[in-house]
Design a protein around this ligand. Structure first.
Ligand SMILES: NC(=O)c1ccc[n+]([C@@H]2O[C@H](COP(=O)([O-])OP(=O)(O)OC[C@H]3O[C@@H](n4cnc5c(N)ncnc54)[C@H](OP(=O)(O)O)[C@@H]3O)[C@@H](O)[C@H]2O)c1
Length: 304
């Protein structure tokens, strides 16, 4: 457990603090009046109901931010029980703990709750229809989170950052190892920087006064899309990474179809999330991909 202590106005408990989003929440700038208490998976396993209830009773948070998840999309197909335990049952534990302590639960979800067949951008009104185990368990997790009296679900997508493993890190590694790469060009989504997600979570917590004015701040909406407004295919994303990175890529990068790159889990072809509701409600608009990617690459390539 890591705690940044100030005179208490608001206390925020963060789970999954060593993941991409969790680590950014742990290091980002919070208002000085906020105490942030972060837990990695070894310190708080959200599948352990007793541990969740005991820890929240001890910390007495005003807000619980759940950045913990089972995110191995392909592995989830062969470990459905584990994925369900973390992504749904664990979230229910947090929702129950939030109800017990009167906290607001801020839960992070995913574009993979959709099947990707929509012609256009997905809004919060669209029907969920996940294609695989990961998406199914995350969809159940949304329901679990929304069972908390005060809760917000923030759906994000294609997360990358300087901390942790992700598509950007993989592309940089492959560019240094290979002369030719194939990258899927018929799945489109909105790559979103973990740091931008963390800053938006802080802003949402501030805007709702830690959940105390949730209804008046959100007009009773509970699910929001939280993504960068730029849509690209994985292939286009890879090329932008090579173009923006210091090391670049001198080899050949060719577009692949999903059929040419089979994976255990099916993925939505269209992952475009419309984040207008977040903008209209909280005045938040995440940076375009070209703006967000540079600083992340700079940190990855120079350690700063
Ligand atoms: N990554 C993406 O592209 C993406 C896309 C859309 C939405 N999201 C959502 O965004 C959120 C954050 O994702 P991320 O990219 O930061 O994921 P991540 O880097 O995989 O981090 C998830 C963290 O959760 C922890 N965790 C796993 N099981 C746990 C448990 N039982 N109890 C407590 N902690 C546990 C993991 O710890 P260990 O490593 O020790 O297991 C890990 O540190 C998730 O809700 C994810 O579904 C991610």
């Amino acid at each position: 457990m890591r705690q940044h202590t100030t005179s208490r106005a608001l206390r925020v408990l963060v789970t999954g603090a060593h993941g991409q989003v969790g680590a950014e929440l742990a290091r980002c700038t919070w208002p000085t009046s906020v105490d942030v208490v972060t837990f990695g998976s070894a310190e708080l396993d959200i599948t352990d109901r007793r541990a969740v209830l005991n820890t929240t009773a001890e910390v007495t948070p005003d807000v619980i931010v759940n950045a913990a998840a089972y995110t191995a999309v392909d592995k989830a197909e062969s470990e459905p029980e584990r994925a369900l335990a973390v992504n749904a049952t664990g979230v229910q534990h947090l929702a129950d703990a939030a109800n017990t302590t009167g906290a607001m639960l801020v839960h992070i979800s995913t574009d993979y709750v959709f099947d990707g067949t929509k012609d256009g951008w997905y809004t919060e009104e669209d029907q969920r229809n996940p294609l695989g185990v990961y998406g199914e368990t995350k969809s159940l997790g949304e329901d679990a989170a929304l069972s908390a009296e005060r809760s917000i679900v923030l759906r994000t997508a294609w997360v990358y950052g300087a901390l942790g493993s992700n598509f950007v890190a993989t592309m940089l590694r492959l560019a240094s190892e290979r002369e030719e790469l194939g990258v899927v060009d018929d799945q489109v989504g909105c790559p979103t920087a973990a740091g931008d997600i963390a800053r938006a979570v802080v802003a949402v917590i501030e805007a709702t006064d830690g959940g105390r004015s949730l209804d008046s701040a959100t007009g009773r909406n509970r699910v929001f899309h939280l993504t960068s407004p730029t849509d690209v295919s994985w292939f286009e994303f890879a090329n932008l990474i090579f173009k923006t990175s210091k090391a670049g890529f001198n080899g050949r990068c060719r577009p692949l179809s999903t059929d040419e790159y089979p994976t255990p889990a099916a993925r939505p072809a269209n992952s475009r999330l419309d984040a207008m509701l977040l903008h209209d409600t909280f005045g938040l608009r995440l940076p375009e991909l070209t703006e967000a990617l540079g600083p992340v690459l700079a940190e990855m390539e120079t350690g700063r």
